[in-house]
Design a protein around this ligand. Structure first.
Ligand code: SF4
Ligand SMILES: [Zn+2]
Length: 117
């Protein structure tokens, strides 16, 4: 269960606002838009990937204390570690290449039988 960053009250995952301290938790009153919030006296931008790659054009940059688009710099590193579909398929094929060879043999045999009819 998530907790309120201000008063640590336990929250519903879809809560728009903290029921205890009324802190706004989601942007634009929509449960699917998280509102990222910096610690008191801090700003989000120095640790945001969109600040690092200079692609952000929000007016509150570089002093944003709340932001809907904030993305932690380290997330980019995690993206690099996440295997792509092609890598996953390649790994699967290497692991099960024996099974793949048998399946290919069965398919070729089946095709030969069908062609002889
Ligand atoms: S997306 Fe938000 S947190 Fe990131 S640099 Fe822009 S204003 Fe700052
Ligand atoms: Zn609260």
């Amino acid at each position: 269960m998530p907790t309120c960053p201000r008063c640590q009250a336990t929250l519903e995952a879809t809560a728009l606002q903290c029921p205890r301290c009324q802190l706004i938790l989601k942007a634009h009153g929509h449960p699917g838009i998280p509102l990222h919030r910096a610690e008191v006296g801090d700003t989000l931008c120095p640790t945001c990937r969109y600040h690092a790659d200079d692609s952000c054009n929000f007016p509150q940059r570089p002093q944003a204390q709340t932001c809907t688009l904030y993305r932690l710099l380290q997330d980019e590193a995690m993206d690099d570690l996440t295997p792509t579909r092609r890598e996953t398929l390649g790994r699967w094929l290497r692991r099960y290449q024996g099974l793949g060879a048998i399946l290919a043999l069965v398919l070729v045999s089946l095709m030969l039988v069908l062609l002889q009819r």
